[in-house]
Design a protein around this ligand. Structure first.
Ligand SMILES: Nc1ncnc2c1ncn2[C@@H]1O[C@H](COP(=O)(O)OP(=O)(O)O)[C@@H](O)[C@H]1O
Ligand SMILES: [Mg+2]
Length: 364
């Protein structure tokens, strides 16, 4: 065991872009000790990758000692990546299998755009909230809508998930075109969202709030559940299992029983993300997930958003005020101002666009 070579300890699972590392009988106490040997980098390079983090190669680790485990977690926290650590190889392989399945589920081939909004017009009485906006979101990407207050960002999410009905325009999702996407259709097709103002039951526990995200997945109704033990019971167990997985993923085990109203704001936002994740969405809409957070909370939330995207393959459309965050984590950015699209492109394109700069300076 002690003379396992690095070659033996590192296995690449190319299909799911994941590296498996066996840490048995290895110990390091800090990130410096965790430096991967040159021959491992060579193997990365053979696959056209220079690091596992920058190229979103997931990592699972098995057999890490307590010290090693702590060092990995700290390092992962700094790099905004996940520290997937499993006690045994069987557990790791099962987790990898689930990861692969989630990725392929969310990647079901559908021709054409993943999500496309076409020429959307939305008015509230005399207020023009959105005027002739078209944009698209590609599968598997993190896209952002930015723009000053009142630009129409939240309204656009409300159209995509069927809460608002536009006067004109269409939303095409997974190959189906809707003049008015209805909320239940949106949910059934795998669209989940969080809200600008946290929408949780403040008196209920974290666990119960996240459980409400499973409502759509519960086939047996509540009366049946109360009367019959069989299928309803099985279903409840499955729901519990999923919810526990979400709680683990978001690292909120320690507050699972706490009423949401008693939690600090940043954690409430995380719970709301959990509620959305419990629905196993294909498209996740996040309305200002980091608003009102301090720097550390923003970093945590950014990491979770990146992790959701990477590990579950979930496509994400988010609204965010903090330009820095948006630019860091987005593949694609749409800029709205006074209900109109004024720019669209990569973060670099958008950042350099004089029209965008003017809109932001103008809004103060
Ligand atoms: N339900 C509504 N009723 C009336 N006006 C609304 C409603 N929702 C949004 N608006 C108006 O539409 C415009 C865009 O709002 P919103 O989409 O919330 O902007 P953003 O999220 O970019 O700040 C604003 O003028 C807002 O007052
Ligand atoms: Mg808004």
């Amino acid at each position: 065991m002690a003379d396992l070579t690095l070659e033996d300890r590192i296995i690449f699972h190319d299909a799911i872009e994941t590296m498996e590392v066996d840490f048995r009988n290895m110990t390091f106490r800090n990130a410096e000790g965790c430096v991967i040997a040159p021959e491992a980098w060579d193997r990365f390079a053979l696959r056209g990758k220079s690091t596992n983090v920058a190229h979103s190669l997931g990592t699972v680790r098995t057999g890490a000692s307590e010290d090693t485990l702590r060092a990995i977690r700290e390092q992962a926290g700094r790099e905004m990546s996940r520290a997937n650590i499993f006690a045994t190889r069987d557990q790791a392989m099962q987790a990898l299998g689930e990861m692969r399945k989630r990725r392929s589920d969310s990647g079901e081939a559908v021709g054409g755009a993943f999500l496309r909004a076409e020429n959307i017009h939305l008015r509230f009485g005399g207020v023009k909230a959105i005027t002739g906006v078209s944009f698209h979101v590609d599968r598997g990407e993190i896209s952002s809508i930015i723009g000053p207050n009142g630009a129409g960002k939240s309204s656009m999410l409300n159209i995509i998930n069927g809460v608002y009905r536009p006067q004109a325009g269409t939303v095409t999702f997974l190959g189906r075109t809707h003049h008015h996407m209805r909320p239940h259709e949106a949910a059934e097709q795998g669209i989940a969202r969080t809200f600008q103002n946290i929408a949780l039951f403040k008196g209920m526990s974290v666990l119960d709030n996240i459980m409400t995200g499973r409502n759509l997945k519960m086939k047996a109704n509540f009366v049946l559940q109360a009367v019959f033990w069989g299928p309803a019971r099985r279903e409840e167990l499955e729901n519990r299992r999923r919810v526990e997985a979400v709680i683990d993923f978001l690292e909120i085990q320690h507050i699972r029983k706490v009423p949401v109203g008693r939690l600090p704001y940043g954690l409430q936002k995380r719970v709301e993300l959990g509620r959305a994740l419990a629905a196993e969405p294909v498209l996740l809409l996040l309305d200002e997930p980091m608003a009102g957070m301090n720097v550390e909370e923003k970093q945590d939330m950014s990491r979770f958003i990146l992790d959701v995207n990477e590990e579950f393959g979930t496509t994400i459309l988010l609204i965010e005020h903090d330009m820095g965050v948006v630019m860091d984590i987005s593949n694609h950015v749409v800029v709205l101002d006074h209900g109109e699209k004024i720019a669209e492109g990569t973060p670099d394109d958008v950042r350099a666009d004089p029209v965008v700069i003017r809109a932001y300076l103008g809004a103060g």
